[in-house]
Design a protein around this ligand. Structure first.
Ligand SMILES: [Zn+2]
Length: 476
């Protein structure tokens, strides 16, 4: 049904091809406006619906980069924006959560798209019955838009910085809301189609909500905006606190009660398929990850193998590990979302300083405090770990291990041999060594640990011809 309305955003696209960057490119579909007008005509405020129920709404996050896989939206900003989005919608009872894994898309035509490629992007990647949001570099010259024909939201990375309200605005469109200045997008409406200050025509002009006062400002403005005059000669100022106005983000902080009621009715009506997913649970995360390895300001870590570890946090289902080239984390090297409390970085640059930090996550927890940050600097050498084939299988436990204790290496080897097990620190310096005997088949070896400082260490297993490294963490 929605496909029939394909032509509407295309027309605006043609009109705006040469236009300067706009705030919002949304044009409500006639079908959606009819639903809203119908809702408004039959509207009875229902206090019982307000504030009592939480609605869990799945959001599929599409992170779009260039063909080369560059330019992705900074995930730290993404989690923070999610957290802020839920604050913006707190009064509605809407609780947005990230649905499934993040969807990374490498496509320059989507990353910087016109309306045609934007349609393509959503056609090819939308997930059914959830809110689809695409973070791109340039969504057809806008900060963001909701496309009714493709039923998705696209937002510019630069308009999705912490503190921004573009996502709240576009999701408002998604759930049926027009701009507070609806009708002014295409020039000055007839006098009878302009909302009056006295409220007499509020129900069938502009956005049709009587608790959003007149607003004739279809461009970005800073509050308080200019004085305006309605057709009756009454002067007024637009209320810039509404997310659905075009006032600057800092001015906005609310949806009106009628707007909230309309969004709830939209969710429970035409969009009720979204509520069929099992509700995620909020968990109380009280700890912040403690960073274990590499130790802060470690140097000479391997380019092809640097083990990054942190403490597991109770309640966390995932962790967001961010590696950046600068201490403000604006220049992101890697955004990693993992269920492990470690990450084996295998593709680092040589002689490069990396800053890193970890945020614990759970489906409804994107606001948890991030760990302190640390840094390490790679050397320009490679670990031998990927280059040996002595063992079919090799693990070390416990990991982390206690200084002064011992660890057990469990292995499977096709051949037996006599050799050595050496403990190395992160710089490759040998700390201790003992003789070992490896048997053909499955076996285990106990290795004694000296009293060493906390951090990342390696056990190097060698015979006369070759060696293998395995890493582990030592705590006190
Ligand atoms: Zn808009």
């Amino acid at each position: 049904m929605r496909k029939l309305l394909l032509f509407i955003p295309l027309i605006t696209g043609l009109l705006s091809l040469n236009a300067q960057t706009q705030y919002c490119g949304t044009l409500q579909a006639e079908e959606d406006m009819q639903w809203l007008r119908n809702h408004q005509q039959n509207y009875v405020p229902n206090e019982d619906n307000r504030g009592g129920t939480t609605y869990y709404i799945p959001v599929k996050v599409h992170v779009v980069g260039s063909d080369e896989g560059t330019g992705y939206y900074n995930l730290s900003y993404m989690y923070t924006q999610f957290c802020e989005l839920n604050e913006h919608y707190a009064a509605t009872g809407f609780q947005f959560y990230i649905y499934g894994d993040l969807d990374y898309i490498d496509n320059t035509d989507y990353y910087i798209h016109d309306w045609f490629d934007g349609e393509d992007m959503m056609d090819n990647n939308n997930v059914n019955d959830v809110v689809n949001i695409y973070f791109v570099s340039d969504p057809a010259g806008n900060c963001g838009y909701f496309s009714p024909s493709d039923d998705g939201v696209a937002v510019a990375k630069s308009c999705a910085m912490p503190g921004g309200t573009t996502i709240a605005h576009e999701f408002g469109h998604f759930f049926s809301l027009p701009h507070t200045f609806y009708g002014w997008e295409w020039g000055t409406p007839d006098d009878n189609d302009q909302e009056w200050v006295n409220g007499d025509n509020c129900n069938f002009t502009a956005d049709g909500f009587c608790d959003t006062p007149p607003d004739y400002l279809p461009y970005r403005w800073n509050c308080p905006g200019p004085m305006q005059t309605d057709p009756n000669g009454e002067t007024f100022y637009s209320d810039g606190t509404y997310y659905m106005s075009y006032s600057n983000d800092e001015c906005t902080d609310k949806f009106s009660e009628e707007q909230q009621d309309a969004m709830r009715a939209n969710l429970l009506g035409p969009r009720n398929d979204m509520l069929d997913f099992p509700a995620p649970t909020y968990v109380d995360i009280t700890e912040t990850p403690v960073l274990l390895a590499p130790e802060d300001m470690a140097t000479n870590t391997y380019m092809n193998y640097t083990y990054i570890g942190w403490t597991a946090v109770e309640g966390a289902t995932q962790y967001h590990l961010q590696l950046a080239y600068n201490s403000t984390f604006s220049a992101v090297a890697f955004d990693i979302v993992t269920t492990n409390n470690y990450y084996e970085a295998r593709d680092l640059l040589g002689d490069k300083k990396y800053y890193w930090k970890v945020r614990p996550l759970a489906p409804l927890n994107t606001c948890e405090p991030t760990s302190v940050s640390r840094s390490f600097t790679t050397g320009n050498s490679f670990s031998a770990i990927a280059e040996t084939t002595i063992f079919d299988h090799l693990t070390v436990f416990p990991n982390p291990a206690k200084a002064g204790g011992s660890v057990t290496l469990s292995y499977r080897s096709s051949v037996g041999f006599d050799g050595t097990a050496a403990i190395l620190d992160i710089t490759g310096k040998q700390i201790s060594q003992q003789n070992i005997q490896v048997i053909g088949g499955a076996g285990s070896i106990s290795v004694t640990l000296p009293e060493v400082a906390e951090g990342l260490y390696f056990i190097k297993l060698s015979d006369d011809n070759q060696s293998e490294l395995i890493e582990f963490i030592v705590t006190q």
